[in-house]
Design a protein around this ligand. Structure first.
Ligand code: BES
Ligand code: MN
Ligand code: ZN
Length: 500
């Protein structure tokens, strides 16, 4: 979607006029540019009882050359960025392509730049399709929406800048959704790596490095290997680096993603019902990739590291088994209770590696447990951290972009449970099903390294874990996503990294 900003002048094929609750006549500037007849019709519609301005209400007025649509956004004093964004998204979803390509929104009065941006952002986010494997409808010659956001001159400078930024971040969200929506026969670990390399081509401040199967063996990434070796699509690790040559003596964030391109469960095979959507089990990695796109596109100048742990979890003669004791990059051994608890295994290598990059903090994202969906539903990702400040800043970043991250307990008892294996250092499943999302987080914590400060005192590297099993796929209540991968937390982490 091409987006621009201007003052009240041009009318589009479609002109959206957001209105507040109990407005009684067309807001100033509503009809600028319309002919006399259309203006009268539009003003009459606004003054009628056919729309009151409640959230979600709409009223369309056809006039020759321009369809005017009033959209209710509720009480002026109560307009939040969430309401604005969601209303923008739903508004875009409701538009018929028969009306034309050209959308104008008129933010007449009572709008903050933040809310105008959110409304436009909702439209941009929702303007997404994953139809690359479908034949094009010959009759459909719509070549994409353009959007002009109109506001008073005094807003335009700030508004253009913030809308431009939102549009660039959206490219990251959409990339992450593309990756999540790709089926597993087309997007397997090495293909993810290839796409990352291709993405980095020609960008002089990014570096991507892929560790293939041979390299993983050489480096001793045994946990990733154990999970991935059952598939003919071999595992790999992908390293993303933004601005690798700056801040070389500073600590910078490292973001780690679970990247199971398909999770059958392995030998602990899943029931076939609903298995098909386990192609999104790489959404953690998709978020990392999308985040790097968003950071790069918006010109972020700091250094950032990313690691995605890619494998396909398949049953086969070469697959790992329950009862196996596997090695890991950390040197710790892991007893496998379920080959279906594979995400934590691949992350154990990625997290241990992350510490070697001397990060300011580590955040991992993973579609890790069904238990997290049971606990929180699809409205919030689970958030665990060994550091109060980091947990709070992620929570706040999530709130400010309306992608909720909900604090969950990282209790010593869970750690004790996960280190109680009789045969290995760590066990990859809890003793029962209770608190399954918490025990998974406690497992991950075993792979966060300590570091020494100037006084020789040791402390754990600040780390947070986001379980996105519930928020990454088919979230009916997410107005910005029709279906499929959601791109969750690209915006959260972009906000966290660029705005603290
Ligand atoms: N990828 C799944 C978790 C998942 C389930 C994500 C549903 C999205 C929707 C993960 O690898 C898994 O299978 N976890 C097991 C863990 C158990 C074996 C300890 C689970 O949640 O049942
Ligand atoms: Mn699994
Ligand atoms: Zn999984």
């Amino acid at each position: 979607m091409k987006v621009s900003c201007a003052n009240f002048d041009r009318t589009g094929d479609i002109m959206i006029i957001p209105v507040f609750k109990d407005f009684d006549k067309a807001p100033n500037n509503t009809t600028v540019g319309l002919g006399r007849g259309p203006s009268i019709a539009v003003k009459a519609a606004a003054a009628s009882d056919s729309i009151s301005g409640k959230v979600g209400e709409s009223l369309s007025v056809w006039t020759k050359g321009c369809t005017v649509i009033f959209i209710g956004v509720g009480e002026k004093g109560k307009l939040t960025h969430k309401v604005a964004r969601d209303t923008g998204a739903k508004c875009l979803a409701s538009l018929s392509k028969d009306l034309g390509n050209n959308i104008v929104i008129r933010f007449t009065s009572g709008w903050s730049t933040e809310n105008m941006t959110a409304f436009a952002e909702g439209m941009m986010l929702r303007d997404y399709q994953f139809d690359k494997y479908q034949k094009k409808d010959e009759e459909n010659n719509h070549d994409g929406w353009t959007l002009e956001c109109q506001a008073h001159d005094r807003h335009l400078e700030v508004l253009s800048e913030s809308i431009e930024k939102a549009s660039l971040v959206t490219t990251g969200v959409h990339l992450s959704r593309d990756l999540a929506n790709e089926p597993a026969n087309r997007l397997y670990p090495e293909e993810f790596g290839r796409r990352a390399l291709e993405w980095a081509e020609g960008k002089d401040n990014v570096e991507v490095e892929v560790w293939d199967y041979a390299r993983l063996q050489k480096e001793g990434m045994h946990a990733v290997i154990a999970v991935g070796k059952g598939s003919i699509r071999k595992p790999c690790m992908v390293f993303f680096r933004l601005n690798p040559n700056v801040q070389s003596d500073e600590q910078v964030p490292c973001i780690v993603g679970k990247g199971i391109t398909f999770d059958t469960g392995g030998i602990s095979i899943k029931p076939s019902q609903g298995m098909w959507d386990m192609k999104y089990d790489m959404h953690g990695s998709a978020t990392v990739f999308g985040l790097f796109q968003a950071l790069w596109a918006t010109g972020y100048e700091g250094r950032v590291d990313g690691i995605t742990c890619m494998a396909e979890n398949m049953p086969s003669a070469e697959a790992y088994r329950p009862g196996d004791v596997i090695d890991s990059y950390s040197g710790k051994t892991i007893e496998i209770f379920s080959t279906d608890a594979e995400g934590r295994n691949v992350l154990s290598d990625g997290l241990w590696k992350a510490a070697e990059l001397n990060p300011s903090y580590i955040i991992d994202l993973a579609t890790l447990t069904g238990a997290c969906v049971v606990a929180l539903g699809q409205e919030a990702s689970g958030l665990w951290s060994n550091d109060d400040k980091l947990r709070e800043s992620i929570r706040q970043a999530g709130n400010s972009v309306d992608e909720l991250a909900w604090p969950m307990p990282l209790l010593p008892a869970f750690e004790k449970e996960m280190t109680s294996s009789k045969f290995a250092d760590v066990r990859n499943g809890g003793k029962g099903r209770y608190g399954g999302a918490n025990t998974a987080a406690a497992f991950l914590k075993q792979f966060i390294q300590d570091r020494e400060d100037e006084n020789g005192d040791k402390s754990e590297i600040p780390w947070a874990h986001l379980d996105i099993a519930g928020t990454a796929w088919n979230v009916d209540t997410n107005a910005c996503v029709a279906h499929g991968g959601t791109g969750v937390h690209v915006r959260t982490l972009h906000h966290l990294i660029t705005q603290g």
